[in-house]
Design a protein around this ligand. Structure first.
Ligand code: CP
Length: 304
């Protein structure tokens, strides 16, 4: 593949190659000297039109660990505020000899659009409610690390599926690797097309957790929410919040994941998020190796 625009453009071999490459980089970043000289001749622009902590810092660190030159752009502090278009913004940045663009944007398909109009490798760091491919890759990689493989595992994605780019990318990635996927949440937060993706729906949280090996708990995205989808936070927490009591009543110990940022006490309690069942910080750690792998593999296609 020429760009990383979404998991839907990848196949199982692509994911295997990314994971194998990430295994090597994970070893590197656990050494005292965490840097490799691989991309000394590559320049990367991180363009964030939406807020981010984990993805932005993790991409920047991955790029620096690969010895690439890095420039960071935050739309809120830029000439986008004066009305400059996306293509003008990116073409001006590219004229400074940039090879790879990492972009987070609020519009669905922003990465695909950009890939057709500019001459650079594009990595989608989240496009609206559509896809967040590197998040899904690091999530699957973390499951593989914790449980030995993704194949045959039962994964439930809990919460606000409707507004989640993490959910869609995870569904594609997990299915490519042979996992079974269920979603659980209020029917108003589950899109109608979900069953056409081969995903089953469960609206009873206890049943969903009894079924699964892994629960990936999503943030309630208040900023994208229309009130008609979401009656009250208290009601949501009562029906779909993950707490220690519900986990202790299961007859097995499931793995708990969350892409962050967490609304503590809403979709998950602190004692669960911080427990030894949770691999939330392992996900963040693995994000660096996965992003190093994605950038490294795309950079191999650039003529130097
Ligand atoms: N998981 C994730 O995308 O977090 P950020 O929004 O902080 O990047």
């Amino acid at each position: 593949v020429e760009h990383l625009l979404g998991i839907k453009y990848l196949n199982k071999n692509d994911i295997d190659l990314i994971f194998k490459t990430a295994d090597g980089f994970k070893e590197v970043i656990n050494r005292p000297i965490k840097k490799v000289p691989s991309l000394r001749d590559i320049t990367i622009a991180n363009l964030f039109f939406e807020n981010s902590t984990r993805t932005k810092l993790s991409f920047e660190l991955a790029e620096k660990r690969l010895s690439a030159d890095v420039i960071n752009f935050s739309a809120s502090q830029s000439s986008v505020k004066k009305g400059e278009t996306l293509i003008d913004t990116v073409n001006n940045i590219l004229s400074m000899k940039v090879d790879i663009v990492v972009m987070r944007h609020g519009n669905v398909g922003a990465g695909v659009f950009l890939s057709k109009h500019v001459n650079a490798k594009i990595i989608n760091a989240g496009d609206g409610t559509h896809e967040h491919p590197t998040q899904a890759l690091l999530d699957s990689y973390s499951i593989r690390e914790k449980l030995g493989s993704v194949k045959g595992k039962k994964v439930v994605i809990v919460g606000d599926i409707l507004h989640s780019r993490v959910a869609l990318s995870n569904i594609f990635a997990l299915q490519l690797q042979g996992a079974e996927v269920k979603v659980c949440g209020p029917t108003t937060l589950i899109p109608k097309y979900i069953s056409s993706l081969g995903v089953t729906v469960e609206t009873n949280l206890k049943k969903a957790l009894e079924w699964c090996d892994v629960a990936n708990v999503l943030r309630v995205q208040h900023e994208r929410m229309d009130i008609k989808y979401f009656p009250s936070t208290r009601e949501y927490t009562q029906l779909f919040g993950i707490n220690k009591e519900i986990l202790d009543n299961l007859d097995k110990k499931i793995v708990i994941m969350h892409p962050g940022p967490i609304n503590r006490g809403v979709e998950i309690t602190s004692d669960v998020a911080d427990s030894n069942q949770s691999i939330i910080l392992n996900q963040v750690e693995n994000g660096v190796a996965i992003r190093m792998a994605v950038i490294y593999l795309l950079a191999q296609q650039i003529k130097r």
